[in-house]
Design a protein around this ligand. Structure first.
Ligand code: KG4
Ligand code: ZN
Length: 361
C-alpha cells in the first residue's frame, strides 16, 4: 500500500509518500516540509489567515515534489491521507479540500487522520514499537501523555492545562531577549547558566495526577527578570543564562516527575515490552531527553525518540497513520469535514486552554 499524506494543521505545509508491503516494515519514500516561520515572524505567533493562504498555495506543489522525490506518479498511489484536525481551521480545510480533489480526480480512497494520532503512532513507523506504549507528546502546540493501545485507541492520562512546553520555551526566550524559536536558544543559553541560581516553581507537582501547567512558571521568570532589571537596569549575558537554566531545569523536573506517574499507570497493565516514546519539537532538548531517559531506565522500559524530522510536524506520520488505521477501518467519503478540535480520547473531559498554535484538543 502506497499512501500520499498531506499535513497543514499549523504552520508547516507537508506532503509525504509512505509504503508498507504486507509483513514488511513501513518505508518513508519521500517527505517534504515547507515551513512558514518567515511569514509569521513579524507577528509574534502564527496568524491563522496567513497560514491558511500559504497552505492553499503550497499543498499541491509539496505533493508534486513528494511524488517526484519518490520517483512516483499519482498512478502509483493507492490512497490519500490528510490531517482532518485538530488545528487551525483554515489550514486544516486547505489540506482536506486538496486531498478530496486528489481522491475525486483519481477515484482512490481518502483517509482523514487525527494530527495527534499521527504524532502518537510515529514510534511504530520508526521503531516498530509494540502496543501498548506510553507516549509523551511535547511540542509548541501539544502536551499530553497517551497510552497507545491500538491505531485507533488512545487513552489520555493527562496533559497541560494551559501552555504547551514549547510555547513556554518560546515565551520565556522572548522575555529574556533571546531569538525565536526559543527552545533551542534557551537550551544553548542554559549550558552557560547555573540552574540553581534562581528557585523557580515546579507547578502542579502537589497534584497526584499527570496534568501539567507551564504558564505560572513563565510568569515566575517574568517577575525575576523584572526584579533584576529594577535592581541593575538590565540583564547581563550571565543573568540570561541563569534564567534560561533555571527555567529549563523546572520544565525537566515537571516532565520527569509526571512521566514517572504516567509510567506507573502504564505498567499496571504489565505490557510485554514496556516503552516510553516521545514526539514533538521539544523532544529535541537534550536535558529533557536525559530526564525522560532516566525515568524510563528506572522502570526498565525502552526509551524511543524518533528522529527530529519525524518528531516535528510532517506528512509521513499522517500517511503512516492511515496505513496503520486502514487495517481497522474503511476510508472516509467526500463528506469528510475539517475539525478544529478533535480529542483522541473522547472519554476524558476536554483539556482547558488553546495556545498560539490552536486547540490543545
Ligand atoms: O513540533 P514542533 O516543530 O511544532 C509544533 O509545535 O507543532 O515544535 C516546535 C516547538 C517550538 O516551540 C520550539 O521552541 C520547541 O519546539 N523546541 C524546543 C527545542 N527545539 C525546538 N524546545 C526546547 N528545546 C529545544 N531544543
Ligand atoms: Zn504537531
Amino acid at each position: 500500500m502506497i499512501v500520499l499524506g498531506l499535513e497543514s494543521s499549523c504552520d508547516d505545509t507537508a506532503a509525504a509518500l509512505v509504503s508498507r508491503k504486507p509483513g514488511e516494515k513501513p518505508v518513508v519514500l519521500s517527505s517534504v516540509v515547507v515551513g512558514q516561520t518567515n511569514l509569521h515572524a513579524a507577528f509574534g505567533g502564527v496568524v491563522p489567515e496567513i497560514a491558511a493562504r500559504a497552505h492553499a498555495e503550497k499543498l499541491d506543489l509539496c505533493a508534486e515534489q513528494a511524488l517526484s522525490k519518490a520517483g512516483l506518479t499519482l498512478a502509483d498511489v493507492d490512497a490519500f491521507a490528510v490531517t482532518a484536525g485538530p488545528g487551525l481551521i483554515g489550514g486544516v480545510l486547505s489540506g482536506v479540500m486538496c486531498a478530496k480533489g486528489l481522491a475525486a480526480a483519481t477515484g482512490k480512497p481518502l483517509y482523514g487522520v487525527n494530527h495527534l494520532a499521527g504524532h502518537a503512532l510515529t514510534p511504530r513507523l520508526t521503531d516498530d514499537v509494540a502496543y501498548p506504549y506510553l507516549m509523551l507528546l511535547v511540542s509548541g502546540g501539544h502536551c499530553q501523555f497517551l497510552l497507545v493501545h491500538a491505531p485507533d485507541h488512545f487513552e489520555r492520562l493527562g496533559g497541560t492545562i494551559d501552555d504547551a512546553p514549547g510555547e513556554a520555551f518560546d515565551k520565556v526566550a522572548r522575555l529574556i531577549s533571546l531569538p525565536q524559536p526559543g527552545g533551542p536558544e534557551i537550551e544553548k543559553a542554559a549550558l552557560k547558566g547555573d540552574a540553581k541560581h534562581f528557585a523557580f516553581p515546579r507547578p502542579l507537582l502537589d497534584r497526584a495526577d499527570c496534568d501539567m501547567s507551564f504558564s505560572g512558571l513563565k510568569t515566575a521568570v517574568l517577575r525575576m527578570r523584572d526584579k533584576i532589571i529594577a535592581e541593575k537596569g538590565g540583564l547581563t549575558v550571565q543573568d540570561q543564562a541563569n534564567l534560561a537554566a533555571g527555567f529549563q531545569a523546572a520544565v525537566v523536573d515537571v516532565l520527569a516527575e509526571k512521566t514517572r506517574r504516567a509510567m506507573k499507570i502504564y505498567l499496571e497493565a504489565a505490557p510485554m515490552t514496556p516503552s516510553l516514546c516521545v514526539a514533538g519539537g521539544v523532544a529535541a532538548n537534550s536535558a529533557i531527553r536525559q530526564g525522560l531517559e532516566t525515568v524510563s531506565s528506572s522502570f526498565n522500559a525502552a526509551f524511543i525518540a524518533p528522529p527530529l524530522a519525524l518528531c516535528t510536524d510532517n506528512a509521513a506520520m499522517i500517511a503512516f497513520a492511515a496505513i496503520e488505521q486502514s487495517t481497522l477501518r474503511g476510508p472516509d467519503d467526500l463528506t469528510l469535514s475539517a475539525r478544529p478540535r478533535w480529542p483522541l480520547d473522547t472519554s476524558q473531559p476536554a483539556m482547558l486552554g488553546s495556545g498560539k498554535k490552536g486547540a490543545k484538543a
